[in-house]
Design a binder for this molecule. Structure first.
Ligand code: G3H
Ligand code: 13P
Ligand code: ZN
Length: 311
């Protein structure tokens, strides 16, 4: 099977009450760890590349590695641009073999976001490439900001129908309280997501796939290993897994996970060097990093996404 776009996998995910994992990839071991887990569990996959990943590893290397993963697994895999910030970047990825792109105009004025997103959709759809747009800006829920400032960060459900119909996007990322990175809530703050906004978005756009960014759970077991072996990540905290599972059973069809992979790989490599200070062959510690990624992704597929057996 060649690389696929996200259309069919999102249709199945919406109807089946599960979500597809969108995992960020930067090198061979990360791609292998993710795809080995998905193959064993027969799960659909989105492998996503940020502009930083593309600068780090090179567009062609990443495309070829992902194509190798498709050949090895036979799974439906979409190769997706994460947080595209310009028409030119999206076009370059579409021309270079990606099957899905995100155009992130969430920081722009509404009308500018509509215009940029529509331009990308018009180009992408000529090549059967699916497009994710974004409305609302991700942020942590700050205790000390007043309600109107706080609400300004979340997606306004009153805008979503207009945005989707005018742009023609295939999926929409929304802001309901998730945020990027390993520090999503303040110490002592109760993690929460605005399920009321998700419900209203779902009412406005029945059957339409919704995306959650910033959806790592910052699994405490891995933070503890990092801290035990010389790391310094106090107060790292993520989205509770049961909240993500609930979102996946609703309109959320794509859940973005990067930080949890970084934590898993870093924890395994720190532990490896603590236990084997004499090692200097990269295959030895990268193999542990890859195994930790595989274990993390298997856990996400079964316990968070619910997409095992759905390829
Ligand atoms: O949302 C951002 C992803 O975690 C990718 O991060 O831009 O450092 O590759 P990056
Ligand atoms: P995390 O930092 O929560 O893993 O989010 C990743 C993401 O949204 C990539 O687009
Ligand atoms: Zn993101």
């Amino acid at each position: 099977m060649p690389l696929v776009n996200t259309k069919e996998m999102f249709k199945k995910a919406y109807e089946g009450g599960f979500a597809v994992g969108a995992f960020n990839v930067n090198n061979m071991e990360i791609i292998q760890g993710i795809t080995e887990a998905a193959k064993e569990l027969n799960a659909p996959l989105i492998l996503q590349v940020s502009s930083g990943a593309r600068k780090y590893a090179n567009h062609t290397y990443l495309v070829k590695l992902v194509e190798a993963a498709v050949a090895e697994t036979g799974l439906p895999i979409a190769l997706h641009l994460d947080h595209g910030d310009s028409f030119e970047l999206c076009k370059s990825c579409i021309d270079g073999g990606f099957t899905s792109v995100m155009i992130d105009g969430s920081h722009l004025d509404y009308e500018d976001n509509v215009a940029l997103t529509k331009k990308v959709v018009e180009y992408a759809h000529q090549f059967n490439v699916t497009v994710e747009g974004e409305l609302g800006q991700l942020a942590g829920i700050e205790d000390d900001v007043n309600v109107s400032e706080e609400d300004a960060c979340f997606t306004d459900p009153a805008q979503v129908y207009d945005f989707v119909t005018r742009t023609g996007v295939d999926s929409l990322a929304i802001a309901i309280g998730t945020s990027h990175g390993a520090y999503k809530f303040k110490p002592g703050q109760k993690p929460q997501l605005r399920f009321d906004i998700l419900e209203e978005v779902q009412r406005q756009l029945p059957g339409f796939p919704i995306v959650l960014h910033g959806a790592s759970s910052v699994v405490p077991e891995f933070v503890e290993i990092i801290n035990k072996y010389g790391g310094n990540m106090p107060n790292a905290i993520g989205i509770p897994e049961e909240m993500l599972r609930k979102a996946a059973s609703m309109a959320v069809c794509k859940i973005n996970i990067d930080s949890d992979l970084r934590l898993a790989m870093t924890a395994a490599i720190r532990k490896h060097f603590a236990e084997h200070p004499d090692h200097f062959d990269p295959r030895q510690y990268l193999a542990d990093g890859r195994a930790a990624i595989k274990q993390m992704v298997a856990h996400k597929i079964v316990n968070v996404l619910g997409c095992d057996g759905k390829a």
